[in-house]
Each structure stands twice: as structure tokens, then as C-alpha cells.
Write a protein that binds this ligand. Structure first.
Ligand code: AMP
Ligand code: GLY
Length: 430
């Protein structure tokens, strides 16, 4: 079959990489793609916000399956439009994508469905929001309700910081329409993990667990980013925890959407905090995590094309998933200055040497200039390796990264630290 992937980040590179290796897939097309994706797929330069252009391309190509990677086109309704044209689509309709597109909708639905999550209030009025901050005290979490590319959340350690965040969103308009409503949340304490599910109607199939590293700097310090590295599996998600997440979080939220006539086909991503009172939901996304997708695709043994088509055609109940043992680990290389201003068009060398050292380089914000690879986005590369343990995978990736020839590229040096610490404890107790 011919599969079309929408998007041009590291997540889509990992999806195209895996699709190309799927026996059921004869051709992969990607819009818009990137120079790394061009090794796996035929790239067509149509942006993810050009819904009419994407639909036209799908018709020209007679795509058998369309996989929508990022949230922006999902929230804009690309899933509905493609389905109404008769295409098999992996990715939810607009009504279900609202679970990610509006944090106020998502939190209200969690409450209606009895899904464990942090206490919250939604505000549009600055003075009322400030009253809540003063009455709850810090630490406290302030979120822009709409899409803000992973930058709309402030975990405020002081009331002053929280008030400043609310003012910048509601009065200062820093996130535009996305920040015209704010969600104020109780601050949850614990270890975070990402629990992803392939959903098709009533069938909910858990993927292997994973863990992202949201903070920019080593030691989980600095501002939040879209994610600086990830690995799978996350040892904190034991079989028992996974079962609790499936039964108390995934199933009730999908049932609550169904009650609103919002059928879900695609990835349900639950960001989980493992609190002392059990797993609680931080957020829902309606697509693969980036960079979680890179280690997940590295570990998936099943035919990805067959799996996503089965979900799109509502026959996921026939499918079983298989995963490689061991750990896959991805370190994100970002442009120095990210998540704020950074210089573009810097030459990036050493990529072949990184791959020769046993890692895969998934491209995100790269571009090609005069035959060379340069940076054009904040998160640029996802250097990924698989091994029998987290420690070994970590060692391979960081050894390979020594070959990177890009002075303006920065990365964390401790991706996987929680899993490695657990492995070290286990080996000393044997
Ligand atoms: P979100 O986009 O809602 O997942 O938020 C981004 C990040 O902010 C999460 O991955 C957490 O690290 C942090 N965060 C969000 N909500 C909370 C909360 N209620 N308590 C503590 N940390 C949070
Ligand atoms: N890695 C976090 C996300 O994809 O939202």
C-alpha cells in the first residue's frame, strides 16, 4: 500500500523510517518532510497547515492510508476532511482532537469522566485568576488553554511568578488566542511518564511505555521545552501501573468522548504524573509524542503500516503488538538558544559518522543548503540507539554524539538518568 505521512519533524522521520521497513508498505510519501525523511520517503513541499493542498495531494497520489503526525492539522479538522473524501486516516477528527486543542475542554471532560487529574479552574478574567493564585498559594501551575507548541505551561514556584504568567497570557496576549483562557492547576509531585495508546473506536491498545525529558538542561533544570530526549520502556510504568492507567484514564476518557459523538481513531497520549495517590493525568495529546515516537518506533517489531491501517479501518481488535526487548534511547540536539532565539543556517557535519557509530539520526528542524545539512528549527536531530539496557543505549548515543560537528548544537548529557539509576540499584542489590 501507499502511505502518506503529514508532518516534517523527528516524529514523522521515525514514522516514515518504520513504514519504509513495513512489509505491507510499498511507497511512503511525506508532506512536507525534511532532508532526513527524504531518505525514506518521497517528500512533497506542502505545509501541515495547507489542508486543501494536502487533500489535493492525497487524491493525486491515491493514498491508501494517511497518517497525520502533528496536532495542528488534527485540531484544524484535517482528519474529518480526509475521511469525508473517503480516505483511510490515522488521526482523530476535530471534535476528539479538542482533547489536546483546548486544555479547558480536556480538564472539564476529565472531571466529567472521573479521570484522576489535578484540581483546576478556568479563567478569562485576570483579577479573578489572581484571586485564585492568592488563595491556593504556590507552587501552582498556569497553562494557556490553546496550542502553544509546548511553551504554554508555567510551573510557578512563587505566587509572583504565577501572577506574572497569568498577566502575560490574559493581558499581555503572549500566546494570542491560545492564551485567552488560562487553566490554573494544583501542582502535582512525582515522576512523569508518557503512556500512549492506539485507539480505534472501542479498542484501546497500549503501546510500550516511554519517558520524555521536558526541561532544557541537565538535572531537569531550566525552562520547559517540547522534549529534549526520551527512552522506552520507562521502568516506573510497571505492568500494574499500566493497567491502572488503561482502566482509570484511557478507557473513561475515550468513553466520555464517545458520549459526545467524538469517535477516536489515532494515538491517545496521556502525560502521567505518578503521585503518592496513584497515576494522575497532566495532559492529553492526540498524536505520537515527539521525541517519544523515535524510541517507540525503534522498538516496534510489528508492521506499522498494517497496524495503522487496521486502526483507520476500525479492525484494531484483530491486532497484537510486538516489541524488541531492551531499551531504545533518543537524545535531542537543539540549536543553541532554543526555546528562545537561535541562529539558523549553521552547517551540521558528522552525521554519517554518528550513524557509523551505531546510532540512527532522526532529522527534525533541518534543511538542505547547497547539498549540506543546516539547522532551521529549535529541535534539530534525534540521535537514537537500541541496546539490551538503558545504560548501554545511553553509552552508544553519547559516544556517537562525539562525532557531531556542529558547534551551535546543544544537548542534555543525562537522558535516561532515571532508568540508569534504577538499573544501577538493581545490579548492586543482586
Ligand atoms: P502539559 O503540556 O500540560 O503536559 O505541561 C507540560 C509540563 O508541565 C508537564 O510535562 C509537566 O512537567 C508540567 N506540568 C503540567 N501540569 C502540571 C501539574 N499540574 N503539576 C506539576 N507539573 C505539571
Ligand atoms: N514530548 C512531548 C510531546 O510530544 O508533547
Amino acid at each position: 500500500m501507499k502511505v502518506m505521512v503529514i508532518g516534517g519533524g523527528g516524529r514523522e522521520h521515525a514514522l516514515c523510517w518504520k513504514l519504509k521497513r513495513s512489509p505491507s508498505v510499498s511507497a511512503v510519501i511525506c508532506a512536507p518532510g525534511n532532508p532526513g525523511i527524504a531518505r525514506e520517503a518521497r517528500c512533497v513541499n506542502i505545509g501541515v497547515e495547507d489542508l486543501a493542498g494536502i487533500i489535493n495531494l492525497a487524491k493525486i497520489e491515491s493514498a491508501d492510508l494517511i497518517v497525520i503526525g502533528p496536532e495542528v492539522p488534527l485540531v484544524a479538522g484535517l482528519g474529518n476532511q480526509l475521511r469525508s473524501e473517503g480516505f483511510a486516516v490515522f488521526g482523530p477528527d476535530k471534535a476528539a482532537a479538542n482533547l489536546e486543542g483546548s486544555k479547558s475542554f480536556s480538564k472539564r471532560l476529565m472531571y466529567e469522566a472521573g479521570v484522576p487529574t489535578a484540581r483546576f479552574e478556568v479563567h478569562v478574567n485576570c483579577d479573578e485568576a489572581i484571586d485564585t493564585i492568592r488563595s491556593w498559594g504556590a507552587p501552582i501551575v498556569i497553562k494557556a488553554s490553546g496550542l502553544a507548541a509546548g511553551k504554554g505551561v508555567v510551573v510557578a514556584q512563587t505566587e509572583k511568578e504565577a501572577i506574572q504568567a497569568v498577566k502575560s497570557m490574559l493581558a499581555g496576549n503572549v500566546f494570542g488566542e491560545a492564551g485567552s483562557q488560562v487553566v490554573i492547576e494544583e501542582c502535582l509531585i512525582g515522576e512523569e511518564a508518557s503512556c500512549l495508546f492506539i485507539v480505534s473506536g472501542d479498542t484501546i491498545l497500549p503501546l510500550a511505555s516511554s519517558q520524555d525529558h521536558k526541561a532544557l538542561l541537565d538535572g531537569d533544570l531550566g525552562p520547559n521545552t517540547g522534549g529534549m530526549g526520551a527512552y522506552s520502556p520507562a521502568p516506573c510504568i510497571t505492568d500494574e501501573v499500566a493497567e491502572v492507567v488503561l482502566e482509570t484514564i484511557a478507557r473513561p476518557i475515550i468513553a466520555a468522548l464517545k458520549k459526545k459523538d467524538a469517535e477516536f481513531i489515532g494515538i491517545l497520549y496521556a502525560g502521567i504524573m505518578l503521585t503518592k495517590d496513584g497515576p494522575k493525568t497532566l495532559e492529553f495529546n492526540v498524536r505520537f509524542g515527539d521525541p517519544e515516537c523515535q524510541p517507540l518506533m525503534s522498538r516496534l517489531k510489528s508492521d506499522l503500516g498494517e497496524l495503522l491501517l487496521a486502526a483507520a479501518e476500525r479492525r484494531l481488535h484483530d491486532v497484537k503488538l510486538a516489541w524488541e526487548d531492551g531499551t531504545a534511547l533518543c537524545v535531542v540536539v537543539a540549536s543553541d538558544g532554543y526555546p528562545n532565539h537561535f541562529e539558523k543556517a549553521q552547517l551540521i557535519g558528522g552525521l554519517d559518522a554518528i550513524e557509523a557509530a551505531g546510532a540512527i539520526v532522526f532529522h527534525a528542524g533541518t534543511d538542505e543548503k547547497d547539498g549540506a545539512i543546516v539547522n532551521k528549527g529549535g529541535r534539530v536531530l534525534g540521535v537514537t540507539a537500541s541496546a539490551s539496557s538503558a545504560k548501554e543505549a545511553q553509552t552508544i548515543v553519547y559516544r556517537a554524539l562525539k562525532k557531531l560537528d556542529w558547534p551551535g548544537g546543544v544537548y542534555r548529557h543525562d537522558i535516561g538518568h532515571r532508568a540508569v539509576t534504577r538499573e544501577n540499584k538493581q545490579s548492586t542489590s543482586i
